[in-house]
Design a protein around this ligand. Structure first.
Ligand code: 3H9
Length: 708
């Protein structure tokens, strides 16, 4: 028997334990171990029933995702191999019970469904999350799940991929019994009862009552197709998952499994799945900071404080309250405080009304937020997050005050999105405790935080910041200090090109449509209107003295701001908006302004192709990203990718800007960048790192690997 799977006996019940930490993935050796254990149990006359359980913290969390790369490169093909093993499980003449705790995901749930019965602890989760990796279940999940839970539940689980808690899975028929006490004891007792009652193995593949009503099946499939079309724009796997579930309703089991295999392989070999697997590992990779060990000492955050009760401050406060951390919420006046609190309450109430939070949970969270207009209790805070107006003089004043009112060992974090963190830190005598925590708007929703490391931020403060980001359910990405840090510095280049394209002949709605169709959550101009054009306008004025002379600047946006058009909040920006609506309406007045401005500046207008729009905007991101990487401002290309996916609406199925550049081929990207430099000047000077990788036939992924 392999080390990964152990076979023991509890009287007449064989116990097969999977031991492949941390998540008992179906790595090579595990499926084989299950097969050998089941076969040995069949041979053993003393064994009357079998329990399969996970050792450690979970049941099987799925296939080993690392193996997929080997399969697509032709080095391995395990998708087909696992089905025959599950068939051996299902055909076992002795009843097999899957005992589930932690997560039974993907191939884990597929294993459990090939067993004859399933029991679970109440905290367990089951799911077919494959779509989140750009694939579909590949070991019978789309065929067995509808047989157990019906088509509506199965199609939703396979096409959306969200986990289902055990009690719900019990109601749906996926789990037969909830075990409140010790899982193994309960599962063995359950197996004994089956044996005593002489219950024969109950094969999932033979069950058809939940899939026999064709009219109901079609209705359920259409409803999930509709949902997916709205929510999963541009994704291939969700539709294929529904097709596979549909096959379960129309084909005999074995043929359905064969159809699932075809669809699984189509997805697995797609660029989308490669990109989404990159994103899965990317989310975990960014948590690792070279030079700072996982167990580096951290400051325990028992109490937090937020200074500034605007939209950002309120959102950050909610993040702490959501994680159960008491938080002081400070504003300068009762009026401002009341306003900030009412926005927080409104946000929570909206979540309650959508059924995603109970009133009791909302009350508990509100009770953790302590509003104040004074610094009196700030000595209790282990961390303070400053979220005041984006102005250096004000931030420095606040930090100087904060040093006086907090303990010497309290972390002082700034939510600045562009300002120099070292200059902010210079207002204190403890720059080692100062760091940037750049949240994205809306801060209570967006999952990413740029953790901006100052020159003197200590390793303990960095380690604590990364840990607290995780605690408040965010992905912390460590970046260096420079103007705009990683995200906004790159975004500046992207926005710049979008605006140049307008001056050169593209229409506002054309630019936005091209990027929306590429998969971005919104086009760049619509994003400007949403975020507020005045923010950048104010920052540009503050930094005007730093702008190099003679470099082309977008000409229209400041004029738009001077007209009082700040975007959605003023009912007009790049687009116009009807009162109470967020739907952008192209505005001939803006088009006229663009044309007049271009004419005045002597810019020759021409027909701009959609391809040029894509290349100019995306390669501007990539070229700047490469410079940022070479400067060490971003640790790895994958950090940039994750920041863009989580913070800027970049489509996960494209893997992020740097991964996308790898898929286009860095040689191709580099050549276009060189052409743009010839046409548009030094703003397009190719990054030396891009040049080096392109010329040596390497990728950003190779660059990351070389840094690991
Ligand atoms: C599938 O099953 C297809 C089948 O239909 C077809 C079969 C033929 N593989 O997330 P964590 C690593 S597709 C390899 O930090 P948590 C992870 O990278 C699969 N590695 O822990 C990390 O490594 P490191 C369907 C995996 O407690 C470490 O384990 N299943 C896998 O926050 C700890 O992970 C899924 O999609 C894996 N499957 O969350 C489930 N899973 O420490 C994917 C994890 O080096 N996994 N690792 O960075 C999850 O959703 C979460 O990991 C889980 C635990 C909820 C299980």
């Amino acid at each position: 028997m392999s080390d990964l799977v152990q076979l023991t006996k509890d009287g007449e019940i064989a116990v097969i334990t999977i031991n492949n930490p941390p998540v008992n993935a179906l790595s090579p050796g595990v499926p084989e171990g299950i097969k050998e254990s089941v076969e040995a149990s069949i041979q053993d006359d003393a064994v009357k029933g079998i329990v399969i359980i996970g050792g450690g913290r979970t049941f099987i969390a799925g296939a080993d995702i690392k193996e997929f790369g080997k399969m697509t490169s032709g080095k391995k093909d395990r998708g087909v191999g696992f089905n025959p093993i599950l068939k051996i499980v299902e055909n076992c003449p002795k009843p097999i019970v899957a005992a589930i705790h932690g997560t039974a995901f993907g191939g884990g749930l597929e294993t459990a469904m090939a067993c004859h019965y399933r029991v679970a602890v109440p905290s367990a989760l089951v799911g077919q999350p494959e779509v989140k990796l750009g694939i579909i279940p590949g070991a019978g999940g789309t065929q067995r799940l509808p047989r157990l839970a019906g088509v509506a539940v199965a199609a939703e689980m396979c096409a959306v991929g969200n986990p289902v808690p055990a009690p719900q899975a019990h109601e749906a028929g996926i789990v037969d019994k909830i075990i409140d006490g010790d899982l193994l004891e309960g599962a063995v007792a359950f197996a004994r009862e089956l044996v005593a009652a002489g219950k024969p193995p109950r094969k999932t593949c033979d069950q058809t009552d939940k899939i026999s009503d064709q009219a109901a099946n079609q209705k359920a499939l259409a409803a999930v197709r509709d949902k997916v079309a709205k929510r999963a724009r541009g994704l291939m796997a969700p539709g294929k998952a529904i097709d596979a579930v549909e096959a379960a309703t129309k084909l005999p089991f074995e043929e359905g499994v064969a159809r699932e295999q075809e669809l699984f392989k189509e997805c697995l070999h797609s660029d989308q799945s490669k990109a989404m697997i990159h994103v899965f590992f990317g989310e975990r990779a960014v948590a690792k900071v070279p030079g700072i060990a996982k167990d580096h000492p951290k400051i325990e955050i028992k109490r937090a404080a937020v200074v500034g009760g605007g939209t950002m401050g309120g959102g950050i406060t909610m993040n702490y309250a959501n994680a159960g951390i008491p938080v002081l919420f400070k504003e300068i006046s009762d009026e401002a405080l009341e306003k900030g609190l009412s926005i927080i309450k409104k946000n929570y109430a909206a979540t309650v009304s959508k059924g995603r939070l109970t009133q009791e949970q909302m009350d508990q969270r509100m009770a953790l937020i302590e509003p104040t207009t004074s610094y009196d209790k700030f000595k209790e805070a282990d961390i303070v997050v400053e979220a005041v107006f984006e102005e250096m003089a004000l931030k420095k004043k606040v930090f100087a005050e904060l040093e006086k009112v907090t303990r010497p060992d309290a972390i002082l974090a700034s939510n600045t999105s562009t300002l120099n963190i070292d200059e902010i830190a210079s207002a204190t005598s403890k720059p080692d405790y100062v760091i940037g925590h750049h949240f994205f708007s809306p801060a209570n929703v967006m999952r990413v935080v740029e953790i901006v490391r100052g020159k003197q931020s200590s390793d303990t403060v960095i380690a604590t910041s990364m840990a607290i980001a995780k605690k408040i359910n965010k992905v912390g990405i460590l970046v260096g200090n420079c103007r705009g840090f990683v995200g906004n510095r790159m975004f500046h280049c992207y926005q710049r090109e979008a605006q140049f394209l307008l001056e050169e002949g593209a229409r506002v709605e054309q630019v936005d449509k091209v990027l929306y169709d590429y998969g971005m959550a919104m086009g760049p101009l619509a994003v400007g209107d949403l975020a507020g054009l005045d923010v950048g306008w104010r920052i540009r004025k503050e930094y005007k003295h730093l702008e190099p002379e003679g470099i082309r600047q977008p000409l229209v946006v400041d004029q738009i701001c001077e007209m009082g058009r700040f975007g959605q909040k003023t009912g007009a920006g790049w687009y116009k908006y009807e009162a109470g609506s967020r739907a952008p309406i192209p505005d001939p007045e803006v088009q006229k302004l663009i044309e007049e401005t271009a004419a005045k500046a002597g810019i020759e207008r021409r027909e701009i192709s959609d391809q040029e729009i894509l290349e100019r905007t995306l390669y501007a991101l990539v070229n700047e990203g490469a410079t940022i990487l070479a400067e060490g401002i971003a640790l790895r290309a994958v950090d940039i990718d994750m920041l863009y996916i989580l913070g800027y609406g970049f489509p996960a199925q494209r893997g992020g800007p740097m991964w996308y550049a790898d898929t286009v081929g860095l040689k191709n990207v580099y050549e276009r960048v060189c052409e743009f430099e010839k046409q548009h000047g030094s703003l397009w000077a190719p990054s030396p790192l891009l040049k080096e990788l392109a010329e040596s036939g390497k990728t950003f992924a190779d660059y990351d690997a070389s840094k690991a």
